[in-house]
Design a protein. Sequence first.
Length: 556
Amino acid sequence: MSTKVRVGSVDLLNDGQMKEIPFPNEDSENKVLLSKIKGQYYATSSKCTHYGAPLAKGVLTSEGRLVCPWHGACFNVCSNGDIEDAPGIDSLQSFKVETDGTSVYIHADADSVTQTRQPAAPTVDSSSDSSHVDVLIVGGGPGAAFAIEALRDEKFAGSIKVVTREPHYPIDRTKISKALVSDPEKLALRKPEFYKKQKVDFVLGTDATKLKFADATVELSNGSSVMYDNLILATGAFPMKLPLDGIDLGNMFTVRGVKDAEAINAAVGEAEKDEDKKNVVVVGSSFIGMEVALALAAKAKVSVVGMDKVPFEKILGEPIGKGIQKFHESKGTKFYLPAELSHFEPKKDDSKVVGSVHLKDGTTIPADVVILGTGVKPSTELLKEAGLDLEKNGTVKTNEFLEIEQLKGKGKGRVFALGDIATHETPKGVNYVQHWCARSLKNVAANHGRNIAHTIATNKPQPFDKIAVFWSAQGQQLRYCGTTQASSYDDLHIDGNPDELKFVAYYFKGEEVVAASSMQRDPIVARVSELLKLEKMLTKSEIKAGKSPMDVPLAA
């Protein structure tokens, strides 16, 4: 039952402000978020639908766009709390607000204050013809999951089929490198019941084997074929293996899926005494490698081998890399930086299992387990076999709407590409996010999926122009946002102390800020992301003169 509660006077908030309100009374632990935009009050649930961040500590624009302070999820308080950007998966609950000239009242059911709002299931039956679907998605990662969510959010009632080689429904893959979680149920973005309710047909453990664009058909490894009106290619990427002697020895692992996490956990095991802990060598000093190193630091003797002077040198800069390395060293991790690999040798008593890692300078590192965090390649071989021209980096180029331009007018259906496999046009030029930070791809692929879904559901394409966002657990939570130019920044300014993992860093190209990173300075990166989107970010000269993005109005 809805309860009407007075929460304050009409001048409780100024425009652009928000506040958590205990509901239904001051003693309640549950909160409603009250916001004021252009003289009007709005009330929504108060926590992000991703990991429960307090949205009152986030960023609110003059148009009602509310940005999570942790991971960049966005909602619109003026549009009933609708989700706008991943990684939040549900929308916020929205509640009626009433004013009488002197006071503000919220009408809400106390039991619904902490709930989120899922997409409404289709009200009509989708086609029962499983060989012809309105939307066919090849790949079962975050891009596919968020495309489904957005299609149903946009009231798309057509048939949706997902073909994925994975044996499980879409998962939050970032938890694999961060914590080596190997239970698909704990990683799942949604339960199977959700997809059944949304009338989405998943074909698990099945590969697409042939793309026939001319007649809008995809052949599958189970012997069947599917015709489509709209095809979304979300095939992702696969980990690269190094062309070195010994690379195929046992106990050598990449980090991508559930099976990888299971195998790593089994190989490392649990030791009661320090002297019994396994020697683990992590090859790669960027995000995947460093997250796995931290996940294993308490139960193994971890060494990291990388080609940079410090971890994350190219992306975050040497001072920040030094501070993060110092933290990892405090956990017992050893570093061999910069270093070049020579080869891997087997154990003396078992020629099939790795025993040591050898560097070109003659250094030998004992290794019971080796984990390769050495990058990924786009999974586009199927596209190449179908006759598509690929970019030098192995991706396929799309237009600003993520549609494959070279196929337009050459087949019966529309074909889109997202995530790892897509190089796309943006207002700032061509972008392939993996070139400068593959770690952001969960957010980018997810938002690609949402963008494509909007095009399909409304037939009103919108250019994809979102700012890439990522995060990583490195002693403290690292936040980062950046534009397509972030890979070629030419100057860096740090406010704070990276050795204490408390700072905000700005990356410049000429006078322009192209990226920002932070630790323990929320929500500054979320604010920079919005200012970059609005093209209102401070200049290099203004930043170095002491001005703060927190003081710049977020007005469109």
